[in-house]
Design a protein around this ligand. Structure first.
Ligand code: NAI
Ligand code: MG
Length: 354
């Protein structure tokens, strides 16, 4: 079997960490008897500065023909913030109906959490974030801009279909894990959207009688998640809360250098996209200091999404074992450059017993 991957290295450290992750993917393919074909897409700051377009229709159609998309990171100091991040990443999430964002928060053995008391035994949860709606739909307006009377309106949209798809996915995942699901919202203040989320959870829960579910407010979650991560198995939440909790989760699990994510199309109508949570890190771009572990763990999620379960577990275990030998992020003391760490992960894929 052959999987066709579209690869968007993007900007800054994106191409380097993606290349390192692909070395691990190829090692998994060799070991487990599948083939990987890659198509590189020239998207990101350079392409945008040349063409004035962040994501054209032809790119969307060409990407659509692949089984999955691997993304490094986009963002460049020469480009207005948001043009690439919104235009390209959010654009692809919407174009490919990637309505579910999957963010595992796991502390791997040998990695230090900056939060006292967090250990591999009590830190293994997954944040499931609705990926296309809420405040991130972008609608709104600003009137009297630049004056003391300026007023900004930012719309938030929450629909039953997208919420149901996300909640359904979260329950199915919880049912295959420790059978606990927590809805995170702010339903005491955001009463309309909060009620819709709670109604959807209550409805879907009737189809998963084996899964226990509860509710935690988003602000309280910022307290409970670091203090008692073991309390959570699957946390399901909206787009904005999920974005914020994902970074909190990244801190708990040892830093941005470890945080992986999937933008998942649950209906399989278009490719899913896999990306590390970190950005393009212009401050260290080109230095070879970037830690490729988050990209490798994202590539492992990609293999899982493609149905390559053994390859996914081997790549995750390989990245985790190399991680334990690295500092939390990177720098001159990282003990090897990005490509070398990629090769180390690839070698380990061949040897680990996942
Ligand atoms: P960032 O994640 O790029 O960097 C934050 C800090 O972490 C920097 O000091 C950086 O050197 C370090 N860092 C990040 N990833 C690392 C890695 N793999 N290894 C070692 N060190 C690492 O976030 P920042 O600086 O806020 O954003 C930079 C650009 O990236 C901006 O244009 C931003 O909009 C964009 N961005 C893009 C994302 C994406 O493509 N999904 C996500 C987040 C930011
Ligand atoms: Mg974010």
């Amino acid at each position: 079997r052959t999987h066709h991957l579209a690869v968007i290295g993007g900007d800054g450290i994106g191409p380097d960490v993606t290349a390192a992750a692909l070395a691990g993917v190829r090692a998994a393919a060799d070991r487990y008897g599948f083939a990987i074909e890659t198509t590189e897409f020239d998207l990101g700051a350079e392409a945008y500065l040349r063409s004035g377009v962040a994501l054209g229709e032809e790119s969307i159609e060409a990407l659509r023909g692949h089984d999955a998309v691997l993304l490094g990171a986009v963002g460049d100091p020469r480009v207005t913030p948001g043009v690439l991040e919104r235009g390209l990443i959010v654009g692809l999430r919407v174009a490919f109906a990637q309505s579910v964002n999957i963010r595992p928060v796991r502390l791997y053995p040998g990695v230090d959490s900056p939060v006292a008391g967090v250990s591999p035994d009590n830190c293994d949860l997954v944040i499931i974030r609705e990926n296309t709606e809420g405040l991130y739909t972008g609608g709104g307006s600003i009137s009297h801009a630049g004056t003391p009377n300026a007023v900004a309106i930012q719309n938030s949209i929450t629909t039953v279909p997208a919420t149901t798809e996300t909640v359904e996915f979260a329950f199915r995942l919880a049912s295959a894990r420790r059978k606990r699901l927590t809805l995170c919202h702010k339903k005491n203040i955001l009463v309309h959207a909060g009620q819709l989320w709670q109604d959807v959870v209550d409805e879907v829960a009737t189809r998963y009688p084996d899964v226990e579910h509860d509710y935690v407010h988003a602000d309280a979650m910022c307290l409970h998640l670091p203090m008692d991560p073991g309390r959570f198995d699957v946390v399901v939440t909206d787009n904005l809360f999920g974005d914020i909790l994902s970074d909190l989760g990244a801190t708990i699990q040892g830093g941005l250098g470890l945080a992986a994510s999937a933008n998942h199309n649950p209906r399989g109508t278009a490719p899913s996209m896999y990306e590390p949570v970190h950005g393009s890190a212009p401050d260290i771009a080109g230095k070879g200091w970037a830690n490729p572990a988050a990209a490798a763990l994202s590539a492992a999620l990609c293999l899982a999404g493609l149905g390559e379960r053994d390859g996914a577990l081997a790549l995750e275990a390989a990245a985790a074992s190399v991680l334990a030998e690295l500092p939390a992020l990177a720098g001159p003391g990282m003990g090897g450059d990005t490509a070398e760490i990629g090769r180390r992960i690839a070698d380990r894929v061949t040897d680990v017993d996942p």
